[in-house]
Design a protein around this ligand. Structure first.
Ligand code: NAD
Length: 296
């Protein structure tokens, strides 16, 4: 049993904190939302009145916050994690944030002799609830080893991606690939249909041929072939286009800084931004099919 301070009890953090409590850890949980703290208490956590209160006695601090600005402030401000944590505590930030913020906060922690890993996740609310998330972890090997038993209670696949920030790098590199292959899959199904080839027949052929990808076989954006895909429930998420756009923007921001050419990533970001502009970014990201087929 480990004493854990958990900050950020939203769609993802709520069930993650609940799973830590279920695994027998002593979790003090806090959020800006009283309702979220109430739900965490019902799930077996202790109420945390503030960030300082949640972390002051914790051996491990876990954060699950919206974006880089929140992570920077929760860790580095006067009433934040670094100023109030117990000596020797380990910090795990599972938020999806920009690489620069991840590395800056990790350095700030290191300056005060705290170990920290960035550990963003793949998998949505369902995986957070089931405790089957994939964690991509950046940080020193010894910190990764310390984090592993905690992450085990919330996830199924846990990868060490290298130094601080590399968890975020793995996450955005995977998502740029996913975003692009989803759009490519939409284009192919739309083209096939326009030329008179039905979705099921094209799926049967392409899913066993060289065009096969996860976007096609597990999450087909054309209704019909994959029963569980959001395309069969009018693109209700799943993984919302707004979340994909957030990850695409992080990927492009990082690519610009690294001077990495990502021409298809840039195009994909622009297409998901059009879904946002049309007010349709609450659809699943495979709903980009509607845009490609002229139905938005
Ligand atoms: P969310 O908006 O539901 O939850 C964020 C929580 O952080 C909120 O409850 C908010 O009140 C709290 N918060 C913000 N500032 C705070 C502060 N200063 N102190 C205490 N609490 C604070 O977001 P989410 O869907 O849970 O996502 C969290 C992170 O996980 C994001 O970075 C997101 O990109 C990533 N992610 C989400 C999903 C998903 O499917 N939702 C999947 C993978 C990764």
């Amino acid at each position: 049993m480990t004493k854990i301070g958990f900050i950020g009890l939203g769609n993802m953090g709520g069930p993650m904190a609940a799973n830590l409590a279920k695994a027998g850890h002593d979790v003090t949980a806090t959020d800006l939302s009283i309702g979220a703290i109430d739900r965490a208490e019902e799930a077996g956590c202790t109420r945390g009145d503030s960030v300082a209160h949640a972390v002051s006695d914790a051996d491990v601090v876990v954060t699950m916050l919206p974006a880089g600005a929140h992570v920077r402030s929760v860790y580095t401000e006067e009433y934040g994690v670094i100023a109030n944590a117990k000596d020797g505590a380990l910090f795990i930030d599972s938020s999806t944030i920009d690489v620069d913020s991840a590395r800056a906060v990790s350095n700030a922690a290191k300056d005060k002799n705290f170990a920290m890993v960035d550990a963003p996740v793949s998998g949505g609310v369902a995986a957070a609830t089931a405790g089957t998330l994939t964690f991509m972890v950046g940080g020193e090997a010894t910190s990764f080893e310390r984090a592993q038993p905690i992450l085990d209670a919330m996830g199924k696949n846990i990868f060490h991606a290298g130094d601080a920030g590399n968890g975020q790098v793995a996450k955005i590199a995977n998502y740029i690939l996913l975003g692009i292959t989803m759009i490519a899959t939409c284009e192919a199904f739309n083209l096939a249909e326009k030329l008179g080839l039905d979705a099921q027949t094209f799926f049967d052929i392409s899913s066993t041929a060289s065009g096969q990808s996860w976007s096609m076989t597990s999450y087909c954006p054309a209704p019909g072939p994959v029963e569980t895909a959001p395309s069969n429930r009018d693109y209700q998420p799943g993984f919302a286009a707004a979340m994909m756009l957030k990850d695409m923007r992080l990927a492009q921001e990082a690519a610009h800084k690294a001077k990495a050419a990502t021409p298809l990533g840039a195009q994909s970001e622009a297409l998901y931004a059009l879904m946002e502009a049309a007010g349709k970014d609450d659809l699943d990201f495979s709903g980009v099919m509607k845009l490609i087929s002229g139905k938005i």
